[in-house]
Design a protein around this ligand. Structure first.
Ligand code: PGA
Length: 256
């Protein structure tokens, strides 16, 4: 008799906007606009914005219904002499529910290693935040056929052992697709997300099967339907197109 296969768990998608180093007070209006459109027609996905830390409390004060808020980085330590850094507890107290960690811009601009990212992921989880941990290959690595090897090594090295589907989200962001307008083909996305799912299940069992794997890199209203339909794509991490309510909602429509 054939072994009974477990049905794949139903995963609620997450669409998170990464505002990066963009946004001052006047952009708060975009959040208000987003809340208004969401109140009319709500997509079947969790919605999040990760603003620069200076806007976090101000966004929280708006009490944006249907929009969770997150940070873009945190320090691995609880407190101490780390000028310019912010701790996971500080983000949590300010009202963040999650924090993006190991984004390729942090890995490149600040030399963050897998080990450093792993320490930050652990710190975020201990503070009760969901870590949105990013992996992704460079164009050179893709051309050399190293994509799967690179993202699997990042996944292995950047996650601590106690990850579950609630405290961890993975984002696959090919470095060459970020801010470039270029996107991988659906086959390429499917291949990487499938490999990441396998690795997560191997390491975290049922929790790995339920963990959300976001795709990020030049997601826009015109390609969201196609990208979000790829197997094991459980939402998106959106940069540029998350800065206006119009474009961000255009992406969220993939889940109406
Ligand atoms: P992009 O950025 O959507 O502007 O390409 C995505 C990201 O870096 O998270």
């Amino acid at each position: 008799m054939m072994a009974k296969q477990k049905p794949a768990p139903k995963i609620k998608p997450l669409v998170a906007g990464n505002w990066k180093m963009n946004g001052v007070g006047k952009q708060l209006g975009e959040v208000k606009k987003l809340v208004t459109v969401l109140s009319r027609q709500k997509p079947k996905a969790d919605v999040m914005i990760c603003p620069p830390v200076t806007l976090l409390s101000r966004m929280v004060a708006l009490k944006p219904k249907g929009v969770a808020l997150g940070g873009q980085d945190c320090h691995a330590n609880v407190d101490g002499a780390h000028t310019g850094d912010v701790s996971a507890d500080m983000l949590k107290e300010a009202g963040a529910k999650a924090v993006i960690l190991g984004h390729s811009e942090r890995r490149a601009d600040h030399g963050e290693s897998d080990k450093a990212v792993r320490a930050k992921v652990g710190a975020a989880q201990r503070s009760g935040l969901t870590a949105i941990m990013c992996v992704g290959e460079s164009l050179k690595q893709r051309k050399a056929g190293e994509t799967l090897k690179v993202v699997q090594a990042q996944l292995r090295g950047s996650l601590p052992d106690k990850c579950n589907a609630k405290n961890t989200v993975i984002a696959y962001e090919p470095v060459w697709a970020i801010g470039s307008g270029l996107t991988p083909t659906v086959e390429q996305v499917a291949q990487v997300h499938g490999a990441l799912r396998k690795a997560l299940v191997r390491r975290f069992g049922d929790e790995g099967a339920k963990m959300r794997i976001l795709y990020g890199g030049s997601v826009k209203p015109s390609n969201a339907d196609e990208l979000m339909a790829v197997p094991h794509v459980n939402g998106a991490l959106v940069g540029g197109a998350s800065l206006t309510a119009k474009d961000f909602y255009g992406i969220l429509k993939a889940y109406l």
